[in-house]
Design a protein around this ligand. Structure first.
Ligand code: SAM
Length: 219
């Protein structure tokens, strides 16, 4: 089984898990995994771990990277229990904080995923590394605005999928898998090149026939 098949199988198991109605899209998880490979990100922080579809999948498909360090925030009791059950052997790799204000200021995280609310989102400024990457799953326009204000020199791209939701996903198979927002807070040359390429892909994908039918392209 190759890594893509492994990712899909893991995603299917999260779709079938209890409480899966708020999980991330498969496209978002694939895209984040691509960022890990491309930019060799080692320290990840996820705001809103939920039942672990992102953290569980990424930790499992990257077991060959022993220096991968994954932390996240979660305060919901059901989700905290589900994380332990769903991540199984990878659970010990996960450091859980109740919210961002609990995490010591360190400027160490090179990838921060936003998939939940936090009253103190601006704390991210003290947590992200110099050339860090922010990923926003789902719509979250207010959080996008706030983060773009916090990092005025950012490069932003909204990557979108041309695939519809899988039959086994908790989302309607008639709708597109949606998109994921990626922000380079202070991009390196390599990040700028990737950003430019993705901007172009997004532009082309928006022209795809039928792309606007049946789905919300802003998600
Ligand atoms: C969009 S969800 C996060 C999903 C998460 N990133 C994942 O991959 O599973 C945002 C927040 O909703 C809450 N949540 C998620 N699933 C839930 C459930 N089944 N029941 C109650 N709260 C839930 C959690 O507090 C979570 O942080």
């Amino acid at each position: 089984m190759n890594r893509n098949e492994q990712l899909s199988n893991l995603y299917q198991s999260f779709c079938e898990a209890e409480g899966s109605q708020h999980i991330a899209s498969e496209y978002a998880i694939e895209k984040i995994n691509g960022l890990l490979d491309k930019f060799r990100t080692k320290k990840i922080l996820e705001v809103g771990l939920g039942i672990g579809s992102i953290s569980g999948t990424l930790l499992a498909v990257n077991r060959n990277k022993p220096d991968l360090n994954y932390a996240g925030t979660e305060a919901n009791d059901f989700c905290l229990k589900a994380l332990a059950e769903n991540l199984k052997e990878d659970y010990r790799q996960l450091k859980i904080y109740s919210d961002l204000s609990d995490i010591p200021v360190n400027k160490e995280y090179d990838l921060i995923i936003i998939d939940g609310k936090d009253q103190n989102l601006q704390a991210i400024k003290g947590l992200i590394s110099k050339n860090g990457i922010l990923v926003i799953e789902g719509d979250r326009m207010l959080q996008l605005d706030l983060l773009q204000e916090l990092f005025p020199d950012n490069r932003y791209v909204h990557c979108i999928s041309l695939k519809r939701n899988r039959e086994y996903s908790p989302f309607s198979a008639e709708n597109w898998q949606g998109g994921v927002k990626i922000i380079f807070i202070n991009s390196t040359m390599k990040q700028s090149l990737w950003w430019f390429k993705e901007k172009l892909f997004t532009k082309i994908k928006y022209q795809y026939p039928g792309r606007y039918l049946g789905g919300d392209v802003t998600k």
